[in-house]
Design a protein around this ligand. Structure first.
Ligand SMILES: NC(=O)C1=CN([C@@H]2O[C@H](COP(=O)(O)OP(=O)(O)OC[C@H]3O[C@@H](n4cnc5c(N)ncnc54)[C@H](O)[C@@H]3O)[C@@H](O)[C@H]2O)C=CC1
Ligand SMILES: O=C(O)C(=O)CO
Length: 386
């Protein structure tokens, strides 16, 4: 038999057994669970990505709920194991849940939680950082300094792109895409073109009002346009940031043909999910177009990069850290724990998963509701009247 995974146990006599497959930042989430009669077991095994077998061994014979991670494959096998152990609650510590087979969860009556809202600005800030770093070649220049190549100011040294007055393109103007668009429009006075299946009304109103403000102050107003196709964004924008969910419709959304439509000196940023971009095609495109730059937080075969990507000077690569601010990560842990706790306690579902502040206030008790359950309708779960 395989050796049991290392765990840390809180409140051993608690009535409900809750597993967290990873230690998570902060202590509020731990306290909220143990105050509500949960025995909490946190897997502390030194293994970054747990296998399905590892998680089955953690679930064991009795488990009321699991807080899991986006690196885990939550499908038929795990939901049936959780259901056999009496569990009806699972939450990803993430907003994206492409690692979860929601149909399988529905089949076993397991509620699936996620953590929207708390990571919107933090993730958008990383996309903005990558955009700026790529435009101004900050990583290349930093490396140049460190290896002692700087021997004096030169007119051509690390010349990059000015953002002001250029066009920012957003594909997927939901929570994060809209927050990023506002940062780039307001911060750098870029014009906006976006593509989404739905109209981003609030974003359009914001850019209109900001354009009027600039005009009233004698400055060039910013503009917005909702593109009728993704290709229109690719052709027109100077900086393009990808923020859709990952599903069948967005797999390899950016492929060889679409890369070829982009401007030769364009910047592409991906803080959504790796498979939204065909990474092999991207490496070829970067090789053929040295002035084209990318900023990547996510990769097609995480944690690996496709061959050649790491050698490209026109690529900035960071290890899936877009939501990694202390406030956000602690908030994500709290929301994930409250999703599981709420389902165990039979609480209703919070009516607006984007309005998460009441759950995050450290100085008051969180509402008696599950903050965000993605399959609440399919499971017929009641909605909170709060
Ligand atoms: N790199 C990181 O650490 C993080 C990555 N993410 C990723 O970002 C994604 C988006 O998060 P949110 O903005 O909170 O979600 P959201 O649901 O608010 O926004 C997603 C948007 O994509 C649009 N969309 C869906 N299919 C599309 C298509 N085929 N073409 C164009 N647009 C399409 C939707 O209409 C929606 O407006 C998450 O699902 C997750 O995968 C989120 C947080 C952190
Ligand atoms: O929340 C998500 O979807 C992430 O990728 C990590 O924050």
């Amino acid at each position: 038999m395989a050796k049991p995974l290392q765990i840390e146990v809180y409140n051993p006599n608690g009535k409900y057994r809750v597993i967290s497959t990873k230690p998570m930042p902060g202590t509020r989430w731990i306290n909220l669970l143990i105050e509500q009669d949960c025995r909490l077991e946190i897997c502390t095994q030194k293994k970054t990505i747990l296998s399905v077998e590892d998680i089955i061994s953690l679930i064991g014979d009795k488990c009321d709920g699991v807080i899991g991670q986006l690196t885990e494959e939550w499908g038929e096998t795990l939901f049936s194991a959780l259901s056999r152990a009496g569990g009806k609650a699972f939450s990803n510590m993430a907003v994206g849940y492409n690692n979860v087979d929601v149909n399988a969860a529905n089949k076993y009556g397991v509620a699936v939680g996620n953590t929207p809202g708390v990571l919107t600005e933090t993730t958008a800030e990383l996309a903005a950082s990558l955009s700026l770093s790529a435009a101004r070649r900050i990583v290349e220049a930093d490396e140049f300094m460190r290896i002692g190549l700087y021997d004096g100011w030169l007119p051509h040294l690390f010349v990059g792109n000015l953002l002001k007055g250029q066009t920012v393109g957003v594909i997927g103007a939901g929570r994060i895409g809209s927050a990023y668009a506002r940062m780039m429009v307001e911060g750098f006075k870029m014009n906006l073109i976006y593509y989404d299946l739905y109209q981003a009304n609030r974003l359009e109103k914001f850019v209109t009002a900001y354009g009027q403000f600039l005009k009233a102050n004698g400055e060039q107003p910013v503009t917005w346009k909702r593109a009728s196709s993704m290709e229109e964004v690719l052709r027109e924008a100077d900086v393009i940031s990808l923020h859709p969910i990952l599903d069948k419709t967005t797999y390899h959304l950016v492929n060889k043909e679409r890369l070829a439509m982009m401007k030769k000196e364009a910047i592409l940023v991906n803080c959504s999910r790796g498979p939204v971009v065909d990474e092999v095609a991207l490496v070829e495109h970067l090789k053929a177009n040295p002035m084209f730059r990318v900023g990547l937080d996510v990769f097609e075969d995480e944690p690996y990069m496709k061959p050649g990507l790491a050698d490209m000077k026109n690529a900035i690569v960071v290890p899936h850290i877009a939501s990694a601010s202390k406030w956000t990560r602690e908030g994500m842990a709290t929301l994930a724990a409250l999703n599981v706790l709420g389902k165990i306690k039979g609480y209703p579902i919070w009516s607006d998963p984007n309005r998460v502040e009441p759950f995050l206030d450290e100085n008051s008790r969180p509402p008696a509701a599950c903050p965000s359950i993605v399959n609440s309708k399919a499971l017929g779960l009641p909605v909170s009247k709060l």
